[in-house]
Design a protein around this ligand. Structure first.
Ligand code: ADP
Ligand code: MG
Length: 317
């Protein structure tokens, strides 16, 4: 199969958001009047971001979902994506499943695939996402204010629990395994939440590398610190016999790949935020406060300070 047939068969679909999609030297899009173009890219490499034998459907879904998650974290509406892919060989069964997963995610979030590049090489998937946000309305990392409440959506640590299970570090009970595998393999970018927070949140980030690492980015950009209440951090709690208490806490605080949103907002928005969570059927938890003094302090149940050694995943650490 030639490169061009491959692109035509697996990566060409209608692109209602674009003036011109796949097939020319460049795609053409129009940004709505009064809006800014939000652009982000995320690369997934076999053996680092997913196992070599991972289900191709999941790889397709996730490669787009993690990019859409960056739009959600900016309060932007995702609209267009490009896909640069290196493939070790042409495996049509793999390609069919990969593109099915990719387009299922694209359709769900109204994103058009408008271009890309296809080459031979070790399996690497690089997606660029583009979206729209009204001028000045993007939610940046740098906007957190001292006194803001710190919130997270959904649960933290489920993806890391699934990974630990796959790495034979623990054995999850069947029902928990299902839920955690869904978190790891088919993350749901929180686009509606990001849009609802445009006029409410002072700062936001998506949790890809772990809560402490990603909240740390907000705090660094905003010249602030934080106090968190461990008891308020939403997480799956397992019996100590399944996995040690401290290790469970570590996964919730520092485990990556959840793609939930972490955001800060003035305390007087508390009720409004809870109502947004109800409307979206997405639990939102207030987990702490932004403070003046730098660094993150985590209080345990009895108010003592928890010691944390490693804060998250870093590719070059
Ligand atoms: P060029 O030689 O100009 O770079 P290509 O032959 O690489 O063009 O690509 C032909 C068309 O197919 C272009 O519109 C390009 O954007 C698109 N394309 C290539 N690879 C992909 C892909 N993996 N997904 C989506 N579109 C792709
Ligand atoms: Mg090309």
């Amino acid at each position: 199969m030639s490169e061009f047939n491959l692109i035509a068969q697996y990566f060409t679909r209608s692109a209602p958001n674009a003036d011109l999609g796949v097939g020319d030297d460049a795609a053409l899009v129009r940004v709505k009047e009064g809006h800014q173009l939000a652009i982000s890219a995320d690369m997934l490499v076999a053996g680092i971001h997913f196992f070599h034998d991972a289900a191709p459907y999941d790889i397709g879904w996730k490669s787009l979902a993690v990019n859409i998650s960056d739009m959600a974290a900016m309060g932007a509406t995702p609209k267009w994506a490009t896909l640069a892919i290196a493939l070790p060989d042409v495996n049509e069964a793999w390609l069919a499943e990969f593109s099915r997963g990719f387009f299922d995610c694209a359709v769900k979030f109204h994103v058009d695939l408008i271009g890309g590049d296809t080459t031979r090489g070790s399996l690497t998937i690089s997606v660029q996402i583009m979206g729209e946000v009204p001028i000045g309305k993007a939610i940046k990392r740098s906007g957190a204010k001292v006194g803001d409440e710190i919130w997270v959506s959904g649960k933290l640590g489920d993806a890391a629990l699934a990974l630990a299970h796959l790495q034979n570090k623990l054995i999850l009970p069947d029902d928990v395994l299902l839920q955690c595998e869904a978190a790891l393999h088919s993350p749901q970018p929180r686009v509606s939440l990001g849009l609802a927070l445009r006029d409410i949140a002072n700062s936001a980030i998506d949790v890809s590398d772990g809560l402490l690492a990603d909240l740390g980015h907000i705090l660094k950009c905003s010249n602030a610190g934080a106090i968190l209440q461990l008891a308020d951090i939403p997480r799956t709690q397992l019996d100590e016999s399944v996995y040690g208490h401290e290790k469970q806490i570590y996964l919730a605080l520092a485990g990556g790949d959840d793609y939930e949103l972490c955001f800060t907002a003035p305390a007087d928005k508390h009720t409004e935020i809870l109502q947004i969570g109800e409307k979206l059927a997405l639990p939102l938890s207030c987990i702490g406060r932004v403070t003046q003094s730098a660094g993150v302090i985590v209080h345990d149940k009895i108010g003592e300070i928890l010691e944390i050694k490693k804060t998250g995943y870093n590719h070059f650490a």
